[in-house]
Design a protein around this ligand. Sequence first.
Ligand code: 5AD
Ligand code: SF4
Length: 467
Amino acid sequence: MSVAHDRRRHVHIETFGCQMNEYDSELVRALLTREGFVLTEDRECADVILMNTCAIRENAHTKVYTHLSDLKALKKSRPLVVGVLGCMAQNLKGELTKQEPLVDLLAGPDSYRQLPTLIRNAVHAQEQGEHRKTLAVDLSEYETYDDIVPLRVPGVNAWIAVMRGCDNFCSFCVVPYTRGRERSRDPQSILEEARRIAGNGFKQITLLGQNVNSYRSGEWDFGRLLTAVADIPGIERVRFTSPHPKDFPPSLLEAVVSHPKICKHIHLPAQSGNDRMLSLMNRTYTKREYVALVEKIRSMNRRVVLTTDIIAGFCSETEAEFSDTYRLLEEVRYHSAFIFLYSERMNTIAARKFTDDVPLEVKSQRVTALVELQRRISAECNREYLGETLPVLVEGDAKKSHLQAMGKSDGNITVIWNKTDLACSPGQVVACSIYDASASTLYAKALGISVSSPSKSEHSCTNFVQP
Ligand code: 5AD
Ligand code: SF4
């Protein structure tokens, strides 16, 4: 049923958390507009505010609660339906049973097809002055939203979720509970989507999945899929996130290191450098196996940029065990690392079986030590680019100044240059000569615009036209 006969409801969507949530918001936008809802960027004009939420760590939770309490005043001043989507929907069920709950509807990650109905019911109930609340939080073994074309924000990069859910049950992680079992999409529907994306002018595709490299559909594994997407004409770069170290067969490594359009960047979440911690975390690899994978990648192509995720202060982590993680960072020398303080999540294996016994102060000290170490290593890695010329995909203005442009190297490093160097627009590939580097950014002189697709590694930057 369409809402076209009714006053067209204006919906404002706010997205928190990971890239998969950004992608899911694009799916929700598509599902709502085809049912006659109108999307608005302005929450003041909205009849419905939806928050697409993240539950991975406590600070993600806190952010959502803060935003929710901001909405209280707004809701008192006019009729407004507030919905919570995504990973926190499960946790907020209790909210709905309150006398005057702030939240009117909840929809988990597998229930977005029901959203138009849920919203209509919530609006209707509110108009009747009823406290009837709606929720759909069941997880599905099959839902992949295969047939839904996401409503993408135009730009340089387009995301495609190739699989959803996770079966790994890392003991600290809530994702298998909030997003359910692993399921992969049909490869032909992914390739069709990728071709449409290329036709719409996007230059980069990022393949997404909670455990992206465990993708499997019949004869198709992730390496085959990645290569097929990278072979589509018009796409300059293909990235993927987030992989698990256990799923890197030689064929996938070969594809990453040798295909000219697959970016030379692998995010390789380690979580810890200590075997007892890795076993408690249920990561299924030892430090030695992990480092062997790093060495294999580097032996195939030493310029592949490696990044990681680390958790500090997991249950019962001793000072010596923490030092193993510190040493892992020194040994691998990642280009960058996301370093998280362990935060216990409800229902996880760790919450049920282990004690969250590392004091907050100690966790914070460990995070600080790792962040400081990583900053130094990142700055050193970036300085290795001084004097080199890299192909950079232009994204737009630099954050800090509209007089500067910003783009990403093949290895996903931010590069900044003065716009006076040359005229360029988002989606073009620019040859950038690097003259300075900080821990997070390369500073460059832009030399010219590429006339061909990106080169085989960060290093061969030929075939550019001068401005
Ligand atoms: N506490 C801290 N960090 C976590 N992550 C996942 N769950 C938790 C948690 N409970 C981190 C992991 C993962 C990244 C996406 O978030 O490092 O790789
Ligand atoms: Fe969570 Fe582990 Fe699955 Fe990643 S692989 S989503 S950390 S359970």
